[in-house]
Design a protein around this ligand. Structure first.
Ligand code: DON
Length: 566
């Protein structure tokens, strides 16, 4: 009997070992993934190991954070096609070695031929799917123009070819798919075929993708070669630009050569504000990120934090989020088109008034919250620090996974960013966000965003570089990661890996990640009148924290994200 039990025990042990070994292989194969490292000089975390390695190589060649960011942006367009892009846009916050912070807006724009009601039928009803899938969902891409602008102003290497070449090679020779990527590509195949009939491409191939398969993109390599030779001109003009315009014309799209010729990225001052001894620099409009982040910090400025995911702390954060997102819906859009009362919205006094009806006992109903009065699911983020003391926080996107699912004739994916406009005032977009007149569609206007690349100083010194994808949840995720570090004193990786929750005013529920909250907190929040709902993973953060030990470089454990440095 004893012998039999022992045999069973060994069989069990061997099986467990086998399962553990294979699941370990699953997560680490085909890449060795690091989620949490400490380095002394420079480091990067991005959503894909190949992009991280390319960025680190550039840093080792003497490049600064801007050089690495450009190389990573182009690399992600190849090895992380679900969100990395040349056919999309994004935002960057940069802090130089002297502590000056500036932001770059390379957000997509509405085409010149776009009209306010282009997604509505004659009765004013929204035509389902038109702003999210297919050729009409596409905004004028901004990424390539943005990378050239960053290069001209801040590159240290001053060698564009060195920055683009790794992406060309990655597209030409292929990269190995992770298990997540293979699964994602397979589940999107129908949509790729629907939007690109008759196209032969690795996205539409009939054989299913598997982990470890080489994903080769010859056409994309050719497009990247044009960009390597002629910078942004190689994308917006010449063969690549005219092919895109011809494709638009042939399939009922709106983008013309005029749109491509007139696209410009813009340098903008950050939204900068103080919280205790911290100075926070984040993205101004057309992103709502910086304004809402300031509002959230202002709302909790006098709060005595009780502990991570305590009922009291969650309650005040949720209540602040409701108020800030109701302001987002009413006040925010492209400030180049419509004045946004940024100073008022980000002032402490304004948030004090907004929180004056806050009750520590009871949740307020979203319907009872109006915007304040004032006179008058894929994106990707990466964080970089270099040896020179500069830092980049950059969030870039096609909007939804693989954007519009339309593959341009140059082998790159086109965004579906037009859905970030209000297709009709009060009609929710794919993230459930509602908007007002200020975010209506107008030619050449940039659509409102939630992307929140952020750089934080502590007593004037670089402290943290942080950001995430996640649509409407981006801002609340960034805020929670900051609070995790600043108030709960978590190291970077823990702050990022910890569970997250989210409220955006409408819908009325507080969303939280599965298995994230203990029963006591759930009951406590319910007692205060909050509606709670579980959901899938919230965000994929990449963060860097400056500590006495060195730079803590952390990559989110919700995906294949990888941290490296030296
Ligand atoms: O700009 C925005 O707010 C959205 N287009 C971001 C989309 C996004 O983060 C999707 N990722 N999960």
């Amino acid at each position: 009997m004893v012998k039999k039990n022992r045999t069973l025990f060994f069989i069990l042990l061997i099986s467990l070992h086998f399962i553990a070994f294979n699941s370990c292989k699953q997560t680490n194969n085909p890449y060795q993934i690091e989620k949490d490292i400490v380095v002394s000089k420079a480091g990067i975390s991005t959503a894909h190991p190949s992009a991280t390695s390319i960025g680190v190589d550039i840093l080792k060649k003497g490049g600064n954070s801007i050089d690495a960011a450009i190389a990573v942006q182009f690399a992600l367009a190849v090895c992380y096609p679900v969100a990395g892009n040349i056919g999309g846009g994004g935002f960057m916050v940069y802090r130089d070695e002297n502590g000056e912070a500036i932001t770059l807006d390379f957000r997509e724009k509405a085409p010149l031929l776009a009209t306010e009601k282009m997604y509505q039928d004659e009765k004013g009803e929204i035509i389902k799917g038109l702003s999210t899938e297919g050729i009409l969902a596409v905004g004028v891409p901004g990424s390539v123009a943005g990378m050239e602008a960053a290069f001209e102003k801040y590159s240290k290497l001053k060698n564009w070819e060195i920055l683009v070449q790794p992406a060309v090679e990655l597209a030409e020779n292929g990269f190995k798919l992770t298990a997540n990527q293979a699964k994602n590509l397979n589940s999107s195949k129908e949509k790729f075929i629907r939007n690109n009939p008759n196209l032969e491409s690795p996205f539409t191939q009939s054989t299913p993708h598997k982990e470890g398969d080489l994903f080769i993109q010859k056409e994309l390599a050719n497009t990247l070669r044009q960009i390597l030779k002629n910078k942004a001109k190689g994308f917006y003009s010449g063969e690549i630009g005219s092919t895109l315009v011809a494709q638009m014309k042939a399939s009922g799209g709106l983008i013309t050569q005029n749109d491509l010729d007139s696209y410009e990225s813009k340098w903008r001052n950050p939204i900068s504000f103080e919280y205790k001894d911290y100075t926070i620099h984040s993205m101004p409009p057309p992103s709502s990120g910086g304004i809402i982040l300031a509002q959230l910090f202002n709302a909790v400025d006098d709060h005595q934090f009780q502990g991570f995911h305590s009922t009291e702390d969650m309650h005040i954060i949720i209540e602040a989020e409701k108020r800030a997102y109701s302001d987002r819906a009413h006040f925010m859009g492209d400030a180049d088109f419509f004045p946004i009362p940024v100073d008022e919205l980000t002032s402490k006094e304004y948030m004090d008034i907004r929180m004056s009806n806050f009750s520590s006992e009871m949740a307020s109903l979203s319907d009872s919250i109006e915007h304040g009065t004032i006179e008058s699911e894929e994106t990707t983020h990466f964080s970089i620090v270099d040896e020179y003391g500069t830092a980049v926080s950059l969030t870039t996107t096609l909007n939804g996974a693989y954007g519009s699912k339309v593959i341009a004739d140059g082998g790159y994916l086109l965004n579906n960013e037009m859905d970030d406009f209000s297709s009709r005032v009060g009609f929710p977009n794919m993230y459930g966000l509602v908007g007002a007149e200020v975010n209506k569609i107008e030619p050449e206007k940039r659509m409102l965003s939630s992307m929140t690349p952020t750089i934080i100083e502590y007593k004037g010194e670089l402290f943290m570089v942080i950001g995430t994808p996640g649509g409407s949840t981006i801002i609340t995720s960034v805020f929670q990661a900051c609070i995790n570090v600043m108030e709960y004193e978590m190291p970077m990786a823990e702050a990022i890996h910890s569970c997250r929750f989210h409220h955006q005013w409408k819908p009325k529920e507080v969303f939280y990640e599965q298995d994230c909250l203990n029963n006591k907190v759930i009951e406590g929040l319910k007692e205060k009148g909050h509606d709670l709902k579980t959901r899938s993973a919230i965000g994929r953060m990449e963060g860097i924290l400056v500590t006495k030990k060195g730079y803590e470089i952390a990559a989110d454990n919700r995906g294949d994200d990888h941290a490296a440095g030296y």
